[in-house]
Design a protein around this ligand. Structure first.
Ligand SMILES: NC(=O)C1=CN([C@@H]2O[C@H](COP(=O)(O)OP(=O)(O)OC[C@H]3O[C@@H](n4cnc5c(N)ncnc54)[C@H](OP(=O)(O)O)[C@@H]3O)[C@@H](O)[C@H]2O)C=CC1
Ligand SMILES: O=C1O[C@H](COP(=O)(O)O)[C@@H](O)[C@H](O)[C@H]1O
Length: 485
């Protein structure tokens, strides 16, 4: 028997994402027949009470996608169990060890990262870190390089690196994996994918939600550590990495680490010019009045809810190509996209009044829709004496959109990642040295902010961040993408 233990099995992540993902995997026949799923948290509740809550969340999600099936639920229900444990205590984990028996155990730590070190130490003492066992860690692991290493050293005392699965749920998103297919499954793009042809890259992760009740966690981390250190740098790596020799986890991750190592450090003198911190004040989002961050927090805070950064990658492929990243809460749209802005024509033969031909642009959209599109210029139909051009957007995801095709169900990113963790495939997980390099780069930024006393600039909720964000682009003669994918 194999077992998946969800530490924090009653928490927000487990209930909203992990357990519905497991239902969907079971629905598609992708879970091993003998897999047991055990929720483990401190709350004293019976297995029946826990399972009733799991049913509620799975049913709601599955009905929304029209895939609720009582027979699947019966199968899933038979897998489920619950045990009240304090995961930081080896003594408390002993009954869990007895419950999982002899098979391999994958333990998902869906708990506060401040508990990781204590939990893995207790797991080791309780016999839950045997050679066939695995541990899955949610981000953020640590708050900076120092705390990352402290936690990760404790993890390394209990598990070897091939047993550790550091999750970045962005790597489970379908379009992120499609980016790998696009770059390395085609010959047409790769020769263009470099400083000769690309002017710059933009990565935007805009959210309309505020921080709300999550402030006890968020106030200590801010947008830089919550989003940029992990999700955004991972996206940057996938855009910028060299072709790996194969899809082996080590080959892919070696290439990503090389990118992170090539990121130019942001010096204290430069921080004000190439980084922007923002914090939302009250405003209108989706037509509703919302509070400012300080009001939600209940006191003044210097934590940023928005960050924009210009990153430079010092290698041959990307010399002189800035990568602009921005992310924030309470922005006007939920929008996640990567924009590859190609260079303008070296010389235009079209001199008409409506302006010059626009440079080609590839938009890789992750949210709200998943799509990859390429903007190209073509001729406006007609008999004008002077040829008129217009930009058209070609969707490169047309296969999904064919009217005779049912689009595949949009999967939760955790489905792919849970499946891979259960199989032991770590390609889409973050290796220790990747996380280490990412923290190193991010630490330099946060240290520069502290030393230079760089405070967040205010932005009104429902706008695209503080003015400084537009200025960051304008200083280089560029602007943020405003076209939809
Ligand atoms: N929620 C989300 O959308 C996201 C969350 N994450 C990460 O996922 C992790 C969990 O977050 P989230 O679900 O929001 O947190 P919650 O606070 O909602 O859940 C935490 C869970 O941990 C349990 N817990 C706390 N202490 C112990 C302990 N000593 N032993 C066993 N269980 C314990 C709690 O239950 P009890 O009190 O009963 O013990 C609770 O079920 C964090 O690392 C977070 O950063 C990452 C991305 C998104
Ligand atoms: O990890 C996190 O991600 C979410 C955004 O995820 P998405 O898949 O909805 O884009 C973010 O809201 C949260 O603050 C952060 O911890």
């Amino acid at each position: 028997m194999a077992a998946l233990v969800l530490f924090g099995g009653g928490g927000d992540l487990a209930m909203r994402m992990l357990l519905p993902s497991l239902y969907f995997l079971d629905h598609d026949g992708l879970l091993p027949d003998d897999l047991k799923i055990i929720g483990a948290a401190r709350s004293e509740e019976s297995a029946a009470e826990y399972i009733a809550k799991v049913r509620e969340t799975c049913e709601a999600k599955a009905k929304a996608d029209n895939v609720w099936d009582e027979a699947v639920w019966k199968r899933m229900e038979a897998r489920l169990d619950y045990l009240a444990v304090d995961a930081t205590s080896a003594e408390s984990l002993k009954p869990l060890k007895d419950k999982v028996g002899q098979g391999s155990v994958t333990s998902f730590l869906a708990v506060s990262p401040s508990l990781y070190a204590k939990i893995v130490t207790a797991m080791r003492a309780a016999g839950l870190a045997e050679v066939d066992d695995r541990v899955v860690l949610e981000k953020p692991v640590g708050r900076d390089l120092k705390t990352f290493l402290e936690i990760d050293d404790a993890v390394a005392d209990a598990f070897s690196e091939n047993q550790v699965f550091r999750i970045d749920h962005y790597l489970g998103k379908e379009t992120v994996q499609n980016l790998i297919a696009l770059r390395f499954g085609n010959t047409v793009f790769e020769p263009l994918w470099n400083a000769q042809n690309i002017d710059h890259v933009q990565i935007t992760v805009g959210e309309t939600v505020g921080v709300g009740d999550r402030w006890p966690y968020y106030d200590e981390y801010g947008a830089l550590r919550d989003m940029l250190q992990n999700h955004m740098l991972q996206l940057l790596c996938l855009v910028a990495m060299e072709p790996p020799s194969d899809l082996d986890p080590e080959s892919v991750r070696n290439e990503k680490v090389k990118v992170l190592r090539s990121l130019r450090p942001i010096t204290h003198d430069e921080a004000e010019r190439v980084t922007v911190r923002g914090q939302y004040v009250g405003g209108l989002v989706d037509g509703k009045l919302v509070k400012g961050y300080d009001e939600e927090r209940g006191q003044d805070s210097d934590t940023e809810t928005f960050v924009a950064i210009r990153a430079d990658i010092d290698n041959w492929r990307w010399a002189g190509v800035p990568f602009f990243m921005r992310t924030g809460k309470r922005l006007p749209e939920k929008r996640t996209e990567i924009v590859i802005q190609f260079k303008p024509l070296p010389h235009s033969i079209f001199d008409y009044e409506d302006g010059e031909p626009q440079a080609n642009k590839m938009i890789i959209e992750l949210q709200p829709e998943e799509d990859i599109s390429l903007t190209v210029m073509n001729k406006k139909a007609g008999l004008d004496s002077r040829m008129q051009l217009q930009p058209i957007k070609m969707s490169l995801s047309w296969g999904f959109r064919d009217k005779h095709d049912t689009p595949p169900r949009r999967r939760i990113a955790y489905e792919r990642l849970l499946l891979d963790a259960l199989k032991g495939d770590s390609t889409l997980f973050v290796r220790r040295d990747e996380a280490e390099q990412a923290w190193k780069w991010v630490d330099e930024v946060s240290e520069a902010w502290v030393d230079g006393d760089v405070k967040p600039q205010e932005y009104v909720a429902g706008t695209w961040g503080p003015d400084g964000s537009d200025m960051l682009m304008a200083r280089t003669g560029r602007d943020w993408n405003t076209t939809d994918a």
